[in-house]
Structures are given as structure tokens and as C-alpha cells.
Design a protein around this ligand. Structure first.
Ligand code: SF4
Length: 427
């Protein structure tokens, strides 16, 4: 729900700030807002100074993504000319087992105390059918879903190319250009969904060619590390101390879980809720399934031209593929949250023949703590694949020793593993 004072301005008269969780995805989401002629920007990268500023408002129990997001918001508030009546912060919410559902109420409380109760905290939730988007609802949701899908595609291209580039920085440069190009296609306003899709497919084709033209050496030859963990921490370089680049510096390649699987997971939770409330065959269920069908169609259309590029990196057909694999450890019908996804995904990654798995999570994240307890057995059940949980608390530290030791285990496992990759790559 979005709470506003009676004098509040509508969304169209505000700038919407998007949390940085995966910069690329946030850029795409900002473009989705612009397609409705709503101004939108990505929250700035979190700096130690901004984190210090945020620490004045926290008790110490908050999760890292909560602190990082608050820090970005406070930076916006501290800018000259800031107007609470013209500001909105996007902060999706959910019900579930962990602290994520507390983020939006917490931010409201902080800004209320600061006298900025007119700031809009735009808090879409699956449980109210994304009512927070108001009149923009279905129009926005379709474009936002496409934004998430293309954000994941671009991230995947970046991570599978960068470790093999001949010129340092070449892939990052192509990625930044790709973000500009695709967000322009996404942000076009006044066009039909069909035309926007056509434009997106065309710009993605150009991006694919640009990535393919980056000079590389021995693509796919490095040990492949599956990256799972808490969604914000694993995807935000500022929160995870650029850990992916550390792994690359030590000779690895990372296949990181994106945002799509989380959206699919929340969709499945809606189905479980409808079932629990006796609405399995209701109008609400019918409308939901229709939306899911359209989402899958769009996803398929956007992914189609990358079939060759993502050979060996195929995502599960749907979230039930993940649930099926987590069943033995954390059944989805009895457990909620990312711990279900991460355990199921770890099994999936093993089947795809990765050489090791890292879980990138915030310090004290309950999902990660549960997963860490399970990974030991999961590894034993799967050829003793190396799995390491890396915890982050917002302070920069030296990761070299951890990564170096983990990569030793990975190389050893690679030499003896039974589960080979289903695509032949040079070794
Ligand atoms: S998943 Fe972990 S970090 Fe994220 S809100 Fe839940 S407990 Fe906090």
C-alpha cells in the first residue's frame, strides 16, 4: 500500500528513485517508468559516507540492503532543491519469513521523523495485485517485466564475456552502451506493447552483435562458478565489494542468478496463497494465470535470439524446476523465501556442470544462515562440489585469501568431478 497525505502529488509529478539492486535492471526499470512519462532515476551508488549517514537512523538489526537503500535515499534527500512532494522511492514489498517486508514501513517511519511524510514510498506487493501502481497498473507491469528480463539478459552477456576479453574494460564499455541502447527502446512512450517489443528485440540484436564482436580468448575455458545468495547483495557490486570481479581476477567465471527467478518465485507464492484461501478456480486465479502466460510469451520472444549465446547457461524452464530440486532440503510448500530458491538453484547448477558455487549474502541474513547449514549436506549429496558462503556487512575488506583458497578447491573439483558440462568448452 502507498500512504500519502491529502496534499500529496500524484506519481506523474514526482521523480521515482529505483533501488540499485543490479544496476542494469534498475536502469531498465527507470526506463519502464519513463515509458509512462514518469521521471525516474536509479539511486546513487552507496558510499561509506552515505552508509555512515544512514547509521544514525538504524538500530543495528537491519539488513545490509536496507541500510544501503536508506543511504541512497538520504543522499537524495540531502541534495539542494530536494522536494518531498516531488519525490517517490520505489520499494517493493512482500510477506514472508524475513525482514524484507519491514523495509517500506521502516523507510516511512524514518522520513516521517525527518518531517518528510510527503515522500511517496511506492510499495508494490503481490498480495494487493500491485495496487500501488494505481492507474498505471497493467500497462506498467508488462513493461516492467520486460525490463527485468532484458536486465538479466544483459547481465548474463556481461558475465560470460568479460572474463575472456583481450582488452581490459572492453566488455564493461559494451555493457554500458547496451544499457543506454536498450533503455531507449524500453522507454518509448505512446507505442503499443507490440511495437515496444519489436523495438526491444531489434536493439537486443544490435547488443548481441556488439558483445559477439568483442575480441576474446578461449571462451568458456575457465572454471565456472554458480553465484547464488541474497538478491540485493549478490547483484549490487557496491554491497558485495565487487566479489564477482575478484573471482574473475583469480581465473574464474561467474554465472550469477538474476532477477527473473525471484519474480517467478513471487508469482508462485501468489498461487500458493490463492490455493490456501480456496481460490484455486477463481476469477483472481484466472486473471493471474493470464498475466503469467503473457509474461512467459514476452520472455520467450526476448530470449529467442540468444539461444546460441546462452548454450550451456540455460535457465530452468520455470520455478518449479527449482522447487523440485530443493524438495529434499527445503520443500517450497513448507518454507518461504530465497533459501528455497538458493538450495534448488545450487542443485540445478551442479547438474549444469559448474565447478563451484558461491553464496553472496549480507551478514546476519537469515536466508543465508539457513542455506549455509544445508550446503554441507547438499555438497556431500552432489559429488562434494565446493560451496562457499561469503557474508558482506558494508565494510570493504580484503577478499583475496578467501577467493584464492576457494578457487583452489574449485580447480581440484574440476579435475575429479563426475558431472560434466552439457556443452563442450575448451579446458
Ligand atoms: S533475505 Fe536476508 S538480507 Fe534480505 S531482507 Fe531477508 S534477512 Fe534481510
Amino acid at each position: 500500500m502507498t500512504e500519502l497525505s491529502v496534499t500529496a502529488r500524484p506519481l506523474a509529478e514526482r521523480v521515482v528513485y529505483i533501488p540499485r539492486m543490479n544496476y542494469g535492471c534498475a536502469r531498465m526499470m527507470a526506463a519502464a517508468f519513463r515509458s509512462l512519462q514518469i521521471e525516474a532515476e536509479v539511486l546513487p551508488e552507496c558510499t561509506p559516507d552515505a552508509l555512515r549517514m544512514a547509521s544514525a537512523y538504524i538500530s543495528g538489526d537491519e539488513c545490509l540492503p536496507q541500510r544501503v537503500t536508506l543511504a541512497g535515499m538520504l543522499w537524495v534527500v540531502s541534495q539542494p532543491g530536494f522536494d518531498p512532494c516531488r519525490t517517490a522511492f520505489l520499494m517493493p514489498t512482500t510477506h514472508g519469513p524475513c525482514r524484507f517486508g519491514q523495509y517500506a514501513p521502516f523507510f516511512r517511519k524514518v522520513f516521517g521523523k525527518l518531517g518528510y511524510g510527503d515522500i511517496m514510498i511506492l510499495s508494490p506487493s503481490t498480495s494487493d495485485g500491485y495496487g500501488a501502481f494505481g492507474v498505471y497498473g497493467s500497462e506498467f507491469l508488462r513493461t516492467a517485466w520486460r525490463a527485468v528480463v532484458v536486465g538479466d539478459i544483459l547481465l548474463k552477456l556481461l558475465l560470460k564475456t568479460r572474463p575472456y576479453e583481450r582488452t581490459r574494460g572492453a566488455t564493461d564499455a559494451v555493457y554500458v552502451d547496451a544499457l543506454d541502447r536498450v533503455s531507449r527502446a524500453l522507454a518509448r512512450s505512446g507505442v503499443t506493447h507490440r511495437d515496444r517489443l519489436r523495438g526491444l528485440i531489434q536493439s537486443l540484436g544490435e547488443v548481441r552483435d556488439a558483445f559477439r564482436s568483442i575480441p576474446i580468448r578461449a571462451s568458456g575455458s575457465r572454471p565456472l562458478i554458480g553465484g547464488v545468495g541474497e538478491i540485493y547483495c549478490r547483484l549490487d557490486e557496491g554491497s558485495n565489494d565487487e566479489i564477482i570481479r575478484h573471482v574473475e581476477n583469480y581465473g574464474g567465471e561467474v554465472w550469477l542468478s538474476g532477477v527473473v527467478e525471484w519474480v517467478e518465485y513471487t508469482n508462485e507464492v501468489v498461487v500458493l496463497d490463492l490455493r490456501a484461501s480456496g481460490q484455486s478456480f477463481s476469477l483472481a486465479r484466472g486473471a493471474f494465470e493470464l498475466r503469467r502466460l503473457i509474461q512467459r510469451k514476452d520472455e520467450h520472444a526476448l530470449m529467442e535470439q540468444f539461444r546460441e549465446d546462452f548454450r550451456g547457461y540455460e535457465e530452468p524452464a520455470d520455478i518449479n524446476e527449482i522447487f523440485r530440486r530443493s524438495l529434499h532440503y527445503l520443500p517450497s510448500y513448507a518454507t518461504l523465501g530465497e533459501m528455497v530458491i538458493n538450495t534448488g538453484r545450487a542443485v540445478y547448477l551442479h547438474e549444469k556442470g559448474v565447478d563451484g558455487i558461491i553464496d553472496i549474502s549480507p551478514f546476519t541474513c537469515m536466508n543465508a544462515i539457513v542455506c549455509e547449514a544445508i550446503y554441507l549436506k547438499l555438497s556431500r549429496d552432489h559429488d562434494n562440489i565446493p560451496i562457499k558462503v561469503l557474508y558482506f556487512d558494508g565494510k570493504a575488506r580484503d577478499w583475496d585469501q578467501d577467493v584464492e583458497m576457494f578457487m583452489e578447491l574449485v580447480r581440484d573439483y574440476r579435475g575429479r568431478k563426475h558431472q560434466k558440462r552439457d556443452v563442450a568448452f575448451p579446458s
